[in-house]
Write a new protein. Structure first.
Length: 187
């Protein structure tokens, strides 16, 4: 059984400590790390605990036989492209139950026309984990605000819209926010 815990955790912008603290009962970052790497057996109990801590279905954390996998041919770093030391695969991205998307119709900031941005919906108690991330915030009358979450004070979010010259906007009491977790771009 191949675990996708690390992939899901990183997509949500969480550390090992974050996940360990969210487990019921809480555990250690070292334990989560061992479960991610396979040095500790991932039982059904652990799978369910970690899925709850990450806010996903437990099936999301597993690489299933019917999933498409893409073999990694090389890695790219500051020295160029290099062969892998061990076999790696990229699995098709998991869609969370409450995930939403943003389609980019004209280039703004780092986003280009034609991009699709996948957003993980977060409840108010999870807003703190989205600081310095791009977020979609629902507004009254079916409007939205998309930008960088630069601050949070009580029930108010400070959002810096993308693009040059944009001014910070304050949003009070949003029911949820969507945190950008995956960019899909045609080359």
């Amino acid at each position: 059984m191949i675990s996708r815990i690390r992939e899901v955790r990183k997509a949500k912008g969480l550390t090992l400590d974050d996940v360990a603290g969210r487990c019921e009962p809480p555990t250690t970052a070292q334990t989560i790390g061992r479960l991610e790497t396979g040095t500790r057996t991932l039982s059904l109990g652990w799978l369910n605990r970690i899925a709850d801590a990450l806010g996903v279905d437990s099936a999301t954390l597993l690489s299933l036989p019917d999933q498409e996998e893409l073999p990694v041919a090389a890695v790219l770093d500051h020295k160029g492209a290099h062969a892998l030391g061990k076999v790696e695969h990229i699995y098709q991205p998991a869609i969370e139950p409450a995930m939403v998307a943003l389609r980019v119709k004209s280039s703004v900031g780092d986003y280009r026309t034609g991009d699709d941005v996948w957003l993980s919906r977060r409840s108010p108690d999870q807003f703190g984990g989205a600081l310095n991330r791009d977020v979609l915030v629902p507004r009254p009358a079916g409007r939205y605000l998309f930008g960088r979450l630069i601050g949070r004070q009580d029930n108010k979010l400070q959002i810096l819209p993308l693009g040059s010259g944009a001014r910070q906007q304050i949003v009070s009491d949003p029911e949820w926010i969507g945190v950008a977790v995956r960019l899909v771009r045609e080359l």
